[in-house]
Ligand binder design. Structure first.
Ligand code: PEP
Length: 251
């Protein structure tokens, strides 16, 4: 179901006390929010249980930032999708550019992660996005289309229907540089047209497509007001309660 979403990606930041403090403020400040936008906190795995417990009487949902492509077994250091689910996570980010770049995650690996997540009833926030040289050379649409098509071609309709897609131009992540609303909308429309190839127009119109890349309180409204942009995946600004609330309140 298409819905407006603001998801925070805490990455590898905060300690348990800081996570607790931040979550407490967000729970208190979003009490009257209702269900729009849906707020998701993608925390480091070790903070998931405490965040789930703190948010249980609120509308805030909790997710992980990655999961293993394996079911279980001798994979030291990995966390399975079923483990995330068992501590109360409902979402998981898959294919973040930092995972693709620093941990060499290929589409083959990402496919395994998507399957594991969905088998365990986690909702997948699937990231895509082009590096600067692809944008500069005018190849960005081709690049992102290929990135997604490669995965969509190996998923069935029911699996694609369950995805949330996040477009995150790599050159805009953590750089303070944001894609212009026009650049973001252009790519979101391309992604929705691509989804229509697999799901039909009606199916594609039901998918939430989030924008990520230096979303802040002062640019969120303009970005979110575009027809194919259903919210944001927020890194840096999700670590500060006031900054994150300003983005949530942009809807
Ligand atoms: C992200 O890493 O998903 C992200 C969008 O980061 P930032 O908001 O800091 O650019």
């Amino acid at each position: 179901m298409r819905e407006n979403i603001v998801a925070g990606n805490w990455k590898m930041n905060l300690n348990a006390q800081e996570a607790n403090e931040l979550t407490k403020i967000l729970v208190n400040s979003t009490q009257n929010l209702g269900n729009t936008p849906k707020v998701i906190l993608c925390t480091p795995n070790v903070f998931i249980p405490q965040t789930v417990s703190q948010t249980q009487n609120s509308a805030i949902k909790v997710g992980g930032q990655n999961c293993s492509r394996f079911d279980k077994g001798a994979y030291t250091g990995e966390t399975s999708a079923s483990m995330l689910k068992s501590v109360g996570a409902e979402y998981v980010i898959i294919g973040h550019s930092e995972r693709r770049e620093y941990f060499n995650e290929s589409n083959t690996q990402l496919l395994g992660k998507i399957k594991q997540a969905q088998t365990n009833n986690l909702k997948v926030i699937l990231c895509c996005g082009e590096p600067l040289q692809e944008r500069s050379s005018g190849n960005h649409i081709h690049f992102v289309t290929n990135q997604l098509e490669d995965l969509f071609n190996q998923l069935n309709k029911e699996e694609i229907e369950k995805l949330i897609v996040a477009y995150e131009p790599i050159w805009a992540i953590g750089t303070g540089e944001t894609a212009s609303p026009e650049q973001a909308q252009e790519m979101h429309a391309v992604i929705r047209r691509l989804l229509a190839k697999y799901l039909g127009e009606g199916g594609a119109s039901e998918i939430s497509i989030l924008y990520g890349g230096s979303v802040k309180g002062n640019n969120a409204k303009e970005i979110f007001s575009n027809p194919d942009i259903d919210g944001g995946l927020v890194g840096g600004a999700s670590l500060n309660a006031n900054d994150f609330l300003a983005i949530i309140n942009a809807f």
